[in-house]
Design a protein around this ligand. Structure first.
Ligand code: ATP
Ligand code: MG
Length: 431
């Protein structure tokens, strides 16, 4: 029983770790920013990946602000995946904030406040501080427990040492082998035990806002329920940070703000973005959309990607292209590995064909369910039969649309006039 429970919990944590993009570990570029055809979980889409790499390099160099990039392409062509890859290759120190356009309308704050917070989550401040530290190798710890219960006397002793012979503490490192790969060896410090040292903290402007806003404590950072920060508090913080910069105590680290489904923003959000850009502390803005020429939310005007022309004009556009059969096969293979699913060659061929005929996403979704079907018949390898079974169980968009057209009169609020029926049927057959 105990063993069973253990197994279950382990499986659960494993499942939680697999998200739609968990196989993406970076952009898969070499040191000269040339894309490797398959690397870091990334397949194909080389031009877009290279362009994204150039942007990441610009961010890392840290000098420029207020650029914006649009990832534009059909659904399932890897726009979100590339943004994830960018975030992975930026490194720990550079802030990366992510927001989906639709989220702006569901938060308990105004749209512009939510955007402002997202902007400030993407701007880091590296603060240098000099503090007094006592630093040495621990050579002895003594704990004196009180002899009589209730007695107050509790003394302890910690002995630290510093050395001038740098190699001493390293030579002993091989004596212990019960250490993980994260264990880092450091030199035993030399010189005085007590010294002044420069410490560097990296925080985002948003974190400074929350810590300083009177209504919220810093604990709000953990719950995420940070509420709104008043404009005055922000102004004071900006002034303070500017002072620190002048005194050489702080540096600004512009990060990346990624807004997915940018067509969900309305005209007010776009004009906010237009202005927020001009700030010298602005992060690099990366937005993505799969829309063609469509109405700009909040207006009656149409424009490419549903983005106002003046904003569109500030954007560098990276276009993503549909995948070839070979690339789809490779992506599906990587996803099988990620989900710990072993699939027969025939199975892979069938799944790739499904991916080509329907969509990459639908094929990816079938992996998990086909593996369950395989498990149920106590098989080891996911075979064609498992895939066919789940293909029958779960429909893709094309089949579902076809069904709707055939049985439309049985549904409520049907909006296709009977005359158009044949036309729709024909369309569904073609696409
Ligand atoms: N080049 C790639 N290499 C590896 N995996 C990829 C690649 N492109 C896409 N994928 C994976 O395929 C799936 C669909 O891609 P993704 O969600 O990035 O598409 P998208 O362009 O953002 O689509 P949408 O417009 O619908 O948001 C994801 O699971 C993604 O991780
Ligand atoms: Mg996406």
């Amino acid at each position: 029983m105990a063993e069973l429970e253990l197994l279950e919990t382990r499986d659960l944590t494993r499942i939680e770790r697999i998200g739609a993009h968990s196989h993406i570990r970076g952009l898969g570029l070499d040191s000269t920013l040339e894309p490797r055809s398959v690397s870091d979980g990334m397949v194909g889409q080389t031009t877009a990946r290279k362009a994204a790499g150039v942007i990441v390099q610009m961010v890392k160099d840290g000098k420029i602000a207020g650029r914006a990039v649009l990832l534009a392409g059909q659904p399932g062509t890897g726009k979100t995946a590339i943004a994830m890859g960018m975030s992975k290759s930026l490194g720990q120190e550079t802030p990366f904030a992510m927001l989906a356009g639709s989220q702006l309308f569901s938060l308990e704050m105004s749209k512009t406040e939510a955007l402002m917070q997202a902007f400030r989550k993407a701007i880091g401040v590296r603060i240098k501080e000099e503090t007094e530290v006592i630093e040495g190798e621990v050579v002895e710890i003594q704990i004196d427990r009180p002899a009589v219960s209730g007695a107050a006397s509790k003394t302890g002793k910690l002995t630290l040492k510093a050395t001038e012979m740098e190699t001493v503490s390293f030579s002993r490192s091989r004596d212990y082998d019960a250490m993980g790969p994260q264990t880092k060896f450091v030199q035993c410090p030399d010189g005085e035990l007590q010294k002044r040292k420069e410490v560097v903290h990296c925080v985002t402007l948003h974190e400074i806002d929350v810590i300083n806003s009177r209504t919220q404590g810093f604990l709000a950072l953990f719950t995420g329920d940070t509420g709104e920060t008043s404009a005055e508090v922000r102004e004071q913080i900006d002034t303070k940070v500017a002072e620190w910069r002048e005194e050489g105590k702080a540096e600004i680290v512009p990060g990346v703000l990624f807004i997915d489904e940018v067509h969900m923003l309305d005209i007010e959000c776009f004009s906010f973005l237009n202005r927020a850009f001009e700030n010298e502390m602005a992060p690099i803005l990366v937005v993505a959309t799969n829309r063609g020429i469509t109405t700009i939310r909040g207006t009656n005007y149409k424009s490419p990607h549903g983005i106002p022309i003046d904003f569109l004009d500030c954007l560098l556009i990276i276009s993503t292209q549909p995948y070839t059969e070979e690339e789809i096969c490779k992506i599906l293979e990587i996803r099988c590995q990620e989900e710990d699913v072993e699939m027969s060659e025939d199975g892979k061929v069938l799944l790739t064909k499904i991916g080509v005929d329907t969509s990459l996403r639908y094929a990816i979704h079938l992996i998990t369910s086909a593996a369950l079907a395989c498990q149920k018949r106590k098989g080891k390898l996911v075979e064609m039969e498992d895939i066919s079974r789940v293909y029958e169980l779960f429909w893709d968009v094309k089949r579902s649309t076809q069904y709707l057209i055939e049985y439309q009169s049985h549904y409520m609020f049907n909006e296709v006039p009977t005359g158009e029926q044949e036309e729709h049927e024909a369309n569904a057959m073609v696409s």
